[in-house]
Design a protein around this ligand. Structure first.
Ligand code: BGC
Length: 736
């Protein structure tokens, strides 16, 4: 089936479910009490119905009965503390469902939800993929779809049908501790990778036993906190909101994505959970979203406790439901439920408003096939832990690893050489996996497969003479370094998730920088390996290193893939999905405005343009060389209704086979709103054998050149544009 046909089918099927008048659901709603309806809008965490004893989680039947019988709770989520075996999951899910169907008058099945953000995270033995930031570095949308499909298949086989993923926040603030969960700083890249992932999750029919409902999150503007902290305030102009932060959600809505989670923070002084304009006017009316809007964790209560825009919980519930929340992750108690019932009984929230939300939740359950087959689907079991998934995650890690520096082609290194490997991320699995890896914070390495190799393990496997030096043993082990041919120093970050990952400074910790400075005394070539969820500043130590390899948080196969790059078993092809900053005070994205990188030269008021990050967005070296040639436009004028065809030749001029990412940027030379210096419009990835050349074609239409004008409308204004690919550019004229 062609990609286009698949996409149309996908959209048609999913939207049909969401829009059609639904007699069965309408009839059901007409028979439900207020209490039963509000129960369907309530989501609790597993901790409310389970106890943990000696490391084992056991459902508490009395609490479960109370949740279903007394409060009519329609959905549960996530874990108590750690990952469970498939058998444990099956036990939980079937018991919850059995209890629900025996106690719930209308036989409405329960829905279970999970954060499987880079694989079926909370299931022991499941396959984890690189984090989104690394997936974006691959620039390979097929890998994103495969990652989504494998995740969906394993999640569904555990019995769960709803995944709180993917993050569609655009990562424009590298301090933000959830940066690694984004697909990087560019809107187009986030759209392409995000949509590919959603297609992988949802497939073309959510009743299929290898699909799960996706949740685009976190609507909207979560990734732009002013101070870089998690769940902090953002000031986003209407113009930026529409041009930078809404488009990935808009495209995912068009695709038919089933659910959406709300940003925990606030924009321009209004907590998003209480923002009717965003959650109803923009999301429902403008974007046309028909699915379920779910709150984030405890965020209605936080309108009282953190945001201080509600006097009490009841007021908070009023604000949030009135704004447009359908389902609330409460997740620990029944206060949301009791307050909402009261508000309806007092006539402050209409029953019509409640019916809207309940209908959306019930349609989701119906679309997922829960009314037909509410229990764990046995036919999905063979989808678990398939050996080919390991290849899939290795492929993704291999294409993610990004070679940032390679002075005098110091890499690749021959396997006969003697390497010393050291630094805090050299022999650490938690630095490979990052957050949401069997545990929320990703810090418990006992869940990782013993067979997964750290960077040191993988280097040692290839070059047996290589040695590892522990962080505190540098002094005693000097001889090992003196005898080595190369030093591989592995720096970066350990795993963290959300608020615990807040930092005050993007600089690498001083101990890490000092380590590299100390290593200088040995006068050996230093290879720097970075494994980190966000770009930590390396300005001071980069000149001391001959090569820099960026590993991001690339998952279980990260160590292997990094070693393969170091020894040349694979040719690196990853490209930075963000601008790697040189200074903490200069966090410009590649698509900044001219003014932000203008420097005054010679005489006062004489400006030049000087953008000088550590490494630019799109940067990534190869062991071969590519030559771009013959950039051709189908016309020197683009008229509104037409398309511009752009072709270019790329030749592999080196001696090794290699993959190359071709990125097409446009530049609007003059516009009524200051234009960005350039914008990514298209990208593709090709493979070339030595000496081989390929002609690559792109098409651009007028809407792909558009920006938001002062009336908050998408426009393409007449005038000169440039198309830039590699080191080539061509100009054309656009007229309406
Ligand atoms: C996170 C969400 C996540 C939710 C449920 C929150 O803390 O912000 O991204 O989906 O928890 O676990």
């Amino acid at each position: 089936m062609s990609k286009k046909l698949f996409m149309l089918l996908h959209i048609a099927v999913l939207q049909a479910f969401a829009q059609a008048p639904n007699n069965k659901i309408d009839q059901l709603i007409s028979k439900m009490s207020i209490e039963e309806k509000v129960g369907q809008m309530t989501n609790l965490t597993l901790a409310t119905i389970a106890d943990e004893k000696d490391g084992t989680v056991i459902l508490n039947q009395a609490k479960l009965n109370e949740a279903i019988q007394k409060y009519h709770i329609g959905s549960f989520q996530n874990v108590l503390t750690h990952a469970y075996s498939v058998q444990e999951w099956h036990g939980f899910l079937d018991t919850i469902q059995k209890t629900t169907l025996s106690l719930e008058k209308h036989k409405i099945p329960s829905l279970y939800c999970i954060d499987a953000v880079h694989g079926a995270n909370y299931t022991k033995g499941s396959t984890l993929f690189p984090h989104n930031i690394a997936m974006a570095a691959t620039r390979n949308i097929n890998l994103a779809t495969i990652g989504g499909q494998v995740t969906a298949a394993e999640v569904r086989a555990t019995g769960i049908r709803y995944n709180f993923s993917p993050v569609l926040d655009v990562g424009r603030q590298p301090l933000w501790p959830r940066f690694a969960e984004t697909f990087g700083e560019d809107v187009h890249l986030v759209k392409e990778m995000g949509l590919a992932t959603i297609k992988g999750y949802e497939g073309n029919n959510l009743k299929n036993t290898n699909s799960v409902a996706a949740c685009m999150k976190h609507f909207v503007g979560y990734s732009a906190p002013n101070v870089g902290k998690d769940r902090a305030t953002a000031n986003i102009s209407d113009l930026q909101l529409r041009e930078l932060y809404l488009p990935p959600f808009q495209e995912a809505v068009k695709l038919g994505t089933q659910t959406l989670m709300v940003n925990s923070a606030e924009i321009n002084g209004i907590p998003v959970h209480a923002n009717k304009f965003l959650l109803t006017d923009v999301l429902r009316k403008e974007l046309g979203f028909k699915g379920v809007v779910i709150s984030d964790w405890e965020d209605i209560k936080k309108l009282v406790e953190r945001h201080k825009t509600a006097e009490n919980y009841k007021d908070a519930v009023f604000q949030a439901v009135n704004a447009g929340i359908d389902l609330c992750i409460v997740p620990f108690d029944y206060q949301f439920t009791t307050n909402l019932i009261q508000l309806v009984k007092e006539g402050k929230i209409s029953i019509e408003r409640i019916n809207q939300s309940v209908k959306r939740v019930l349609i989701l359950k119906q679309t997922l096939g829960l009314f037909d087959q509410p229990f764990v689907e046995k036919s999905a079991y063979p989808q678990l832990f398939r050996p080919e998934y390991k290849t899939n995650t290795l492929d993704a890690a291999r294409e993610a690893i990004t070679l940032l520096k390679n002075e005098n082609n110091v890499l690749p290194i021959s396997k006969t050489k003697n390497l010393v490997v050291l630094g805090p991320t050299a022999h650490s699995k938690t630095s490979m996996f990052g957050c949401w890896s069997y545990t929320w914070q990703g810090q418990d390495s006992s869940y990782f497969d013993k067979k997964d190799l750290t960077v040191f393990d993988a280097i040692k496997e290839k070059s047996n003479a290589s040695k590892y030096i522990k962080n505190d043993e540098l002094e005693q082990q000097k001889e090992k370094i003196q005898n080595a041919d190369y030093i591989v120093v592995c720096l970066g970050e350990d795993a963290y998730a959300e608020t615990p990952g807040n930092i005050h400074d993007l600089e690498l910790p001083i101990e890490q920088k000092n380590l590299v400075k100390q290593l200088q005394q040995f006068n050996k070539p230093i290879i720097l390996v970075l494994q980190e969820g966000r770009p930590r500043i390396v300005r001071e130590i980069e000149p001391l290193c001959k090569a820099v390899v960026m590993g991001y948080w690339s998952g279980p196969q990260a160590g292997r893939a990094i070693a393969e790059v170091i020894f040349g078993d694979i040719n690196p092809s990853g490209k930075l999905p963000f601008t790697y900053p040189r200074f903490t005070g200069d966090l410009l994205t590649y698509d900044h405005k001219f003014l932000d990188a203008a420097v005054e030269v010679a005489s006062p008021y004489s400006y030049n343009y000087q953008f000088n990050p550590q490494w630019p967005f799109g940067h990534g070296l190869s062991y071969t060389s590519f030559k771009y040639d013959s950039l051709t436009l189908s016309s020197d004028t683009l008229v509104k209704a037409n398309k511009l065809k752009i072709t270019i030749s790329i030749k592999n001029t080196g001696n090794l086979e290699g993959k190359e990412v071709i990125e097409l940027y446009s530049k609007d030379l003059v516009a009524s709103i200051t234009p960005s210096v350039k914008r990514l419009r298209k990208f593709t990835k090709i493979n070339l054998k030595p000496g081989e050349s390929k002609r690559v074609a792109f098409e651009i239409n007028s809407s792909e050149l558009a920006f938001i004008n002062k009336d908050l409308k998408w426009v393409t204004e007449k005038g000169q544009f440039e198309i830039l690919i590699g080191d080539l550019k061509k100009t054309f004229y656009y007229k309406n």
